[in-house]
Design a protein around this ligand. Structure first.
Ligand code: NAP
Length: 358
């Protein structure tokens, strides 16, 4: 069978670092294994437009492997052309780049390697919260420039201790963020999610649920976004919701770019309503050179902690999602049942409610 993988190009880094498994060069480490069984394995980063390898090979591929870091957007139109497609595997976590409704309709299964990079992202979230609250990026830039003016940095540097921090989404990542924040002695840890955490889990991190989103954001000094992108979260953090944020709040989004309206975020930074925005996800990836969030700044010329999408693709994470991808394909080829937590779309139906209450 034909197996198509759309991965990101690793360049020199990938030729000298074989642990960069999620790249076109290192091919998730499964080429030999697939070819030894007689399968055809096509790997490319070419994903946009009718002439791309993605559109050329999707018509007769049975398995599609994609990654959130360089998303091959499987739209409804492409699903209609993918007559042989049976299985989509997301090498990582987050399958919003696949038209999940079209997959349900066409009997295509969608699986991801649940949990494979949740610690990697949670660590990045905590780092991003700290770098915003402590005004780290402008401080480092000052040092590189050869300048030294402590007060220019200290005027907007705070402690995390005593602040109220809240997560939108208290799933695998959101909960791990709360766990990792405990030693910082925040004033309060809050969460907003469809369902309450089990009582013991909420008690273990001393977190309080706030059921109304506007009420939730109005209580937080720091907000971190950890829910999936779906119809109910697209543009969730928009100009209207931002009005309910505390003045001077910090916002961290490592979930998906399109959950936060980029122009509304940039405007809130420019007006001083937001003090900082950080994360690694963009509404289109790769982000265009002139994307507003590359350079958006707060009123003091700082408050930007944006990086390319890499929080969930540390070398440790790549080892986990590459081996998870192999297991999913192995199960499919041998007819073995898949791990339930990995199934987003089973045959003809959603198996998770994380992608919206349906
Ligand atoms: P998860 O365990 O499924 O947790 C997601 C949580 O969000 C669930 O508790 C879900 O609630 C909740 N949720 C869904 N819609 C919501 C809404 N409208 N408001 C509030 N909560 C909502 O997923 P995860 O492993 O923590 O990952 C979360 C997301 O992080 C992924 O979907 C992906 O987009 C992103 N991610 C990013 C990276 C990166 O490298 N930057 C890596 C991995 C993942 P229910 O379960 O009750 O529906």
């Amino acid at each position: 069978m034909k197996i198509l993988a759309i991965l990101y190009k690793g360049g020199n880094a990938a030729t000298s670092e074989p642990r960069l498994l999620g790249t076109v060069e290192n091919q998730l480490g499964i080429r030999k294994w697939l070819e030894s069984q007689g399968h055809e394995y096509i790997v490319s980063d070419s994903k946009e437009g009718a002439d791309s390898d993605f559109q050329k090979h999707i018509v007769d591929a049975e398995i599609l492997i994609t990654t959130p870091f360089h998303p091959g957007y499987l739209t409804g139109d492409l699903v209609a052309k993918a007559k042989k497609l049976k299985l989509c595997v997301t090498a990582g976590v987050g399958s919003d780049h696949i038209d999940l409704n079209a997959a349900v309709k066409n009997g295509i299964q969608v699986l991801e390697v649940s949990g494979s990079n949740v610690v990697s992202v949670a660590e990045h979230v905590v780092m991003s919260i700290l770098l915003l609250v402590r005004n780290f990026v402008p401080a480092h830039e000052m040092i590189e420039r050869g300048d030294w003016m402590v007060s220019d940095i200290a005027r907007n540097a705070f402690d995390l201790e005593g602040k109220v921090v809240g997560t939108i989404g208290a799933g695998r990542i959101g909960y791990r963020v709360l766990q990792r924040l405990m030693p910082f002695d925040c004033k309060e840890l809050l969460y907003f999610d469809y369902a309450p955490l089990p009582e013991a889990a909420a008690k273990a991190v001393n977190a309080r649920r706030v059921e109304d989103l506007k009420d939730f954001v109005s209580q937080c000094d720091v907000i971190t976004v950890n829910c999936p992108l779906h119809e109910g979260t697209l543009g969730l953090v928009n100009a209207d919701l931002l009005k309910h944020f505390k003045k001077g709040a910090w916002l961290v989004n490592t979930a998906r770019g399109a959950i936060c309206d980029k122009d509304a975020v940039a405007a809130a930074l420019a007006s001083g309503h937001l003090n900082g925005y950080a994360g690694d996800v963009w509404n289109v990836q790769p982000a265009p050179k002139d994307h507003v969030l590359r350079t958006a700044k707060n009123t003091l010329g700082g408050g930007n902690g944006m990086v390319p999408h890499y929080s969930g693709t540390t070398l440790d994470a790549q080892a986990r999602y590459a081996s998870g991808t192999k297991s999913i394909i192995e199960n499919y080829l041998s007819g073995k049942a898949q791990e339930p937590q990995n199934i987003i779309v089973g045959i003809g139906k959603f198996e998770t409610k994380a992608y919206g209450q349906r």
